[in-house]
Design a protein around this ligand. Structure first.
Ligand SMILES: [Zn+2]
Ligand SMILES: [Zn+2]
Length: 180
């Protein structure tokens, strides 16, 4: 019922899809991220595989698309800077209003020339789900503030006397002030 040859894996050609309210169609589809989605610390990189599991349902004014997108994010831990990859799944739902149907909001998604373009919907679902401060693991111990050692790899890391070097520097400074 759905022509899978519509240009672009995010685009669904729906001219054969019944507009009878209640009609449903399930579609599994793979797509590739056309560009980096996200930001420096965490993103779905360009070319990353997105596995889409979609259900289309005809409703009165359009086609309601409900779906999940599975992909693997590339990130860098905000605490210890270690690169990591992490599978994720996001869900989304979007109503695509038929051409010619008035909509309350002019910003609604539309069926255009019998095509539904899922790219903005999938992109937003993935990008809005990204953490602001990605961590390699929830309890990441981060880096030593003194020397940058990874405290996940060296849980007993300590500088002992070296930590006192800061105070040694301060005591040098105090006499020079009092000497004026
Ligand atoms: Zn970390
Ligand atoms: Zn250290």
């Amino acid at each position: 019922m759905i022509d899978l040859q519509a240009g672009g894996a995010f685009r669904l050609l729906v001219y054969k899809f019944s507009r009878q309210p209640g009609s449903t169609k399930h579609i599994d589809r793979d797509a590739l991220a056309p560009e980096d989605w996200g930001q420096e610390l965490i993103k779905l990189p360009r070319g990353g595989l997105i596995v889409l599991d979609l259900t289309l349902e005809a409703v009165g004014e359009g086609i309601l698309v409900t779906g999940t997108a599975d992909c693997t994010l590339e990130g860098q831990c905000a605490r210890c800077l270690t690169p990591f990859e992490r599978p994720t799944e996001v869900t989304f739902q979007e109503l695509f209003v038929y051409e010619g149907h008035a909509a309350d909001d002019e910003d609604v998604s539309r069926v255009v020339a019998e095509i539904i373009d899922l790219e903005p919907v999938v992109r937003d679902a993935i990008v809005l789900d990204l953490p602001l401060a990605p961590l390699c693991e929830e309890n990441c111990a981060g880096l030593c503030a003194e020397c940058g050692a990874n405290l996940n790899e060296e849980p007993d890391h300590s500088h002992g006397e070296k930590a006192d070097a800061r105070w040694a520097g301060l005591s040098d400074w105090v006499p020079s002030q009092s000497g004026e």
